[in-house]
Design a protein around this ligand. Sequence first.
Ligand code: FUB
Length: 530
Amino acid sequence: MNQAKTRIWSLLLIAILATGGLSARPHKKTEVRISCVGASITEGAMTTHPITDSYPAQLGKMLGKGYHVMNFGKGGCTMLRKGDFPYWERDEYKAALASNPDIVFIDLGGNDSKAVNRTYMEEFVKDACEMITSFKQLPTKPRVIILTPVVSFYPDSNGIWDDVIQRKVSPATIEAASRMKIEVLDMHSVLNRHPELLSDGIHPNTEGSRMMAQKMYDYLKAFPQKADDEMTVDGMSNNPFITHLYTADPSAHVWKDGRLYVYASHDLFPPRGCDFMDRYHVFSTDDMIHWKDHGEILNSGQVPWGRREGGYMWAPDCAYKNGTYYFYFPHPSETRTGNSWKIGIATSRKPASDFTVIGYIEGAPSYIDPCIFMDDDGQAYIYNGGGGHCMGGKLKENMTALEGPMEEMKGLKDFHEGTWVHKRNGIYYLSYPDNYVNEKGKQYNRMHYAISSSPLGPWEYKGILLEATDCDTSHGSIVEYKGEWYLFYHNCALSGRGNLRSICFDKLYYNEDGSIQIVEQRNKSFLERR
Ligand code: FUB
């Protein structure tokens, strides 16, 4: 076929897609028109029959009547205007702009990670913002949703390279979304544990495309409308979710007012290790998007028995019983912190204000990071630890005294600190950071977990639940909220400094046997620095 004929055929195909697909259905106002902009993955390059198996086609089938999904994918295209094959110059782009969309999915960026294109990466955010704007300004004022690129297993680092996708393209995609206040779907995590579904390392097959379509379908069903002007990633606030303060050690609880509360410690600038940490803030949400800072609830100056010089207000926890909120915090009583660590207690009738220190837990070993687990029968358990020791015991009915001596928790592997205990379907889970040092000799703690049929063990070690972030510490809590499970943790994404941390959260999934899948961290912009 000569070039002129090829062009006529391609224009014809685009016209067919833009006017309603191969069935050439007229544009009915009752239809939700969805335009999928992208490259070869959008085209369905490695699917069995791209016309029916590409992810836009499968999304169309899933959505069914009332939706019309159009595919404007063009293999090899870049988001970058200076890329080797810019989407901007393709007929598919023009056709997408002319497609009267109600919703636009933009899936570009994989090809931008190629060596020939990545040299222009500085311009990715600007170009992405302009492309988003070009769709948002259409007369139909479509909802624009941008996708982070799918994982690449391609071994040649000059080609579509996952390292660049994770370190540069995905963060730039999220940054553009943040500037334009649009939604992001994290597609990288959909297939990153499924190399078998990308036989050439780059393109999902029919099943991989189905999984992509499923995520998009689930999202549209969960969020038929964009929540408001907030930018979201997978329908949640971006990570880190608190950006006006440095925060660490999040302990999450759902209280009886139906809100999810996060009790966090506070890294102060300039840091000296964790020495100057001096106060706690509480944050809450009812939709995992909008967060309220309830302000400071306690500082070291309010601890009568505390260290004269203050500081060292480390990872806290909170519990509720009979109308009282009990806030537990580790704090030393001596200048030389050594073995003067105590588990302080402050109480309030409110979850996020008016806390008063009433003392500390007599007889608790001198360790840090208290965790309180309330069992279904109302019995409270307390844990703390550090230096390789994890201790646990029962609290008395009054929540302020030990029922008996705390005991060493048995069966954990490479325990460091930061115990968290939760229960699901009758199984007790104890999670904790380890002492991991990476191949370059840098400490980046990961989080592990163990299970038991009893809150005090013995524990059966199960594995890693969170890979290292960019912090030398890790610290997390696990909670169920509105039918979903979440892991809260911290990273150093905002500061790039180990002692200026920021709290994050991500969804946590269980396998059928109760084991926990490794949690996918949605915004790993910090990788750029690691
Ligand atoms: O935030 C101070 C300390 O760093 C915590 O107590 C530990 O868990 C670690 O996150």
